[in-house]
Design a protein around this ligand. Structure first.
Ligand SMILES: *[C@@H]1O[C@H](CO)[C@@H](O)[C@H](O)[C@H]1NC(C)=O
Ligand SMILES: *[C@@H]1O[C@H](CO)[C@@H](O)[C@H](O)[C@H]1NC(C)=O
Ligand SMILES: *[C@@H]1O[C@H](CO)[C@@H](O)[C@H](O)[C@H]1NC(C)=O
Ligand SMILES: *[C@@H]1O[C@H](CO)[C@@H](O)[C@H](O)[C@H]1NC(C)=O
Ligand SMILES: *[C@@H]1O[C@H](CO)[C@@H](O)[C@H](O)[C@H]1NC(C)=O
Ligand SMILES: *[C@@H]1O[C@H](CO)[C@@H](O)[C@H](O)[C@H]1NC(C)=O
Ligand SMILES: *[C@@H]1O[C@H](CO)[C@@H](O)[C@H](O)[C@H]1NC(C)=O
Ligand SMILES: *[C@@H]1O[C@H](CO)[C@@H](O)[C@H](O)[C@H]1NC(C)=O
Ligand SMILES: *[C@@H]1O[C@H](CO)[C@@H](O)[C@H](O)[C@H]1NC(C)=O
Ligand SMILES: *[C@@H]1O[C@H](CO)[C@@H](O)[C@H](O)[C@H]1NC(C)=O
Ligand SMILES: *[C@@H]1O[C@H](CO)[C@@H](O)[C@H](O)[C@H]1NC(C)=O
Ligand SMILES: *[C@@H]1O[C@H](CO)[C@@H](O)[C@H](O)[C@H]1NC(C)=O
Length: 468
């Protein structure tokens, strides 16, 4: 498990108009990812930066993206809106997981969770069906929301889902049949898509009263088209006796028993079931994670967003809290912030709380990624390396790349067809330079050629034949 301050990296939720930002282009592929601008100010963890930019990003760069610390693209997935792109463990093997689907204006989504192995082969596609009600009564292929896709130690998947329902909102000055969003979570068996446990916030209304919501009911909110989002579930993780969930609009985390009952609540406003010690407050939070749980207590880490498009509480911070079940206290252990740059990038802090890396992938609020991760990852794609040959006056420039391959470090060009070892001759070589490597051949080779990606002298991949 990675230290928490690497996983609790920046979350950008605001999305304004498109703004100027530079995108990369290549000759060996049509990818156009947004440039990642990295400011490294210390020693980072090994691994890559995982992002899923959307919003102001041009369509060609809206995908699951992996970059290295030197600002090079490493992997670009299919063009789609994604969230929570990261490495997790499934059956003791590292896998890539991400949500992809449609995002609604009011900040939730309908989609599926994709699970890829170390060759980027999709080994599981997790979906959720059910009698869900949507703003326009349309049916969806899958109702998994974008906020969470967490693989549990028992190799199941925890996801969030939102359901529209009419409910009595007179306790918060609404009508007796207003439309609202219920927050659900589901634990799903990955190979079969079978639901093994499910939960609804509205079914626990006695313990989670609507009157504790910080989301105000007003204007035209409360219709089917514009439902009231009382809870806004955005994180779940397993605990010894059940689950820990984050309800962003309640400024609270809840320990939910396996049987669905609320065991306790920690509130960022007033502590909830605990007495706040030190600055243990938070608001509009994301990404709650549990560490070191015992019968006496646990450590809770979270991303204290503290902002919405219409409400500014305080600067955004990363927060670590100790919950003591015996003394009934919640104590601040650590708070991370960057006074020089409060928003707009992914940030990594070391164990002493020093900022060691900021990475920006768009301008201001024009572009967003729901969570950003530092993950170790080693992959040999199931597809082959590719190359593009452009003739020069007397020779040719050969552009080579291998999307997603993490481990190769040099290239060799051979004349001849890849299945013809007798007539194949090495005509060029170079060390890897980021995503795409160019070799300038000073005389025009005979067509076709093929290229080989190696780690040292070990061949990892061979292209098809390239005719020109
Ligand atoms: C693509 O190839 C052309 C011709 O060799 C070259 O002028 C251009 O700079 C190359 N583009 C990139 C992104 O390398
Ligand atoms: C190779 O790159 C050139 C310059 O970008 C482009 O015009 C050409 O279509 C590319 N060829 C292939 C086969 O992709
Ligand atoms: C890089 O980060 C340091 C520390 O926060 C800051 O002082 C500096 O201005 C940043 N540089 C750039 C180019 O953003
Ligand atoms: C959705 O279906 C319900 C029940 O049939 C109906 O009352 C409602 O008007 C429909 N809403 C829309 C947006 O079509
Ligand atoms: C969604 O809400 C509707 C209306 O209250 C209800 O009939 C339906 O069962 C709910 N769906 C799920 C999956 O709970
Ligand atoms: C309900 O309206 C009353 C009167 O306008 C107001 O005092 C009260 O704060 C409102 N309650 C909520 C929960 O908005
Ligand atoms: C769930 O379990 C807790 C702890 O044992 C218990 O207090 C609660 O009453 C149970 N709830 C239900 C609905 O069985
Ligand atoms: C969990 O406990 C270990 C051992 O006491 C400690 O080193 C570690 O920092 C704790 N983790 C968190 C997130 O507090
Ligand atoms: C903010 O900038 C100042 C001046 O460049 C620098 O000394 C300080 O370390 C920076 N703070 C962080 C958290 O990077
Ligand atoms: C290589 O492949 C081509 C086309 O698939 C085939 O025609 C040719 O006989 C093969 N050559 C060798 C040496 O196997
Ligand atoms: C290629 O990389 C190797 C290993 O890092 C290094 O020893 C060698 O000098 C590099 N070759 C060139 C041409 O840069
Ligand atoms: C390729 O090499 C030739 C000969 O050294 C040189 O004239 C030409 O400018 C080079 N082309 C590129 C694109 O580097």
């Amino acid at each position: 498990m990675m230290p928490w301050w690497y996983t609790a990296s920046s979350t950008l939720l605001l999305s304004l108009g498109a703004a100027a930002w530079d995108y990369s282009t290549y000759n060996s592929t049509g990818f156009q990812p947004p440039n990642l601008v990295v400011n490294k100010t210390g020693t980072t963890e090994p691994g890559f930066i995982f992002l899923g930019p959307r919003g102001g990003v041009q369509t060609a760069g809206q995908a699951a993206l992996i970059y290295d610390d030197e600002e090079n693209l490493v992997y670009e997935g299919p063009e789609e809106v994604t969230a929570n792109f990261m490495v997790q463990e499934l059956n003791n093997e590292p896998v890539i997981t991400f949500w992809a689907g449609d995002m609604m204006d009011i900040g939730y989504g309908y989609g599926s969770v994709h699970i890829l192995d170390r060759s980027y082969k999709e080994i599981y596609t997790v979906t959720l069906q059910g009698a869900f009600v949507t703003p326009d009564n349309s049916t969806k292929d899958s109702y998994i929301d974008l906020h969470e896709s967490h693989i549990t130690p028992r190799n199941t998947l925890l996801v969030t889902a939102y359901n529209l329902t009419q409910h009595d909102l007179t306790s918060i000055n609404g009508s007796s049949s207003d439309w609202m969003l219920d927050s659900h979570f589901y634990e799903i068996d990955i190979p079969t898509n079978k639901v093994v446990n499910s939960w609804s916030a509205l079914e626990q209304e006695a313990d989670i009263p609507l009157t504790t919501s910080h989301q105000k009911l007003g204007g035209d909110v409360g219709t089917q088209d514009s439902p009231y989002d009382a809870y806004h579930i955005n994180a779940i993780t397993t605990t010894n006796d059940g689950y820990l969930i984050s309800l962003r609009h309640m400024w609270s985390g809840y320990y939910i028993h396996n049987n669905g009952s609320v065991i306790w609540r920690v509130s960022g406003e007033d502590g909830g079931d605990f007495k706040q010690v030190g600055n243990a407050g938070f608001s509009w939070q994301h990404d709650m994670r549990v560490f070191n749980e015992t019968d006496e207590g646990l450590v809770l880490n979270l991303f204290n967003n503290a902002n919405t498009p219409t409400n500014t509480e305080s600067p955004t911070t990363g927060v670590s809290l100790a919950i003591d079940l015996t003394k009934k206290t919640v104590t601040s252990l650590r708070s991370l912030s960057d006074p020089n740059d409060s928003i707009h990038s992914v940030k990594e802090y070391d164990g002493d709380g020093n900022l060691v890396l900021s990475a920006q992938f768009g301008e201001d609020n024009a572009v967003a990624s729901y969570r950003g991760y530092r993950c170790q990852w080693s992959a040999v794609p199931f597809w082959s390396p590719v190359a593009n040959v452009t003739r020069t006056a007397n020779g040719a420039n050969v552009y080579m790349s291998w999307n997603g391959a993490t481990d190769y470090d040099n290239w060799v060009i051979y004349s001849g067809a890849s299945n013809d070892s007798v007539n194949s001759q090495q005509i060029g070589s170079a060390n890897r330079t980021g995503f795409e490597t160019m070799i300038n051949l000073t005389s025009l080779p005979t067509s076709p050629i093929h290229v080989v990606a190696l780690q040292g002298s070990t061949v990892l991949g061979t292209s098809g034949d390239i005719s020109f």
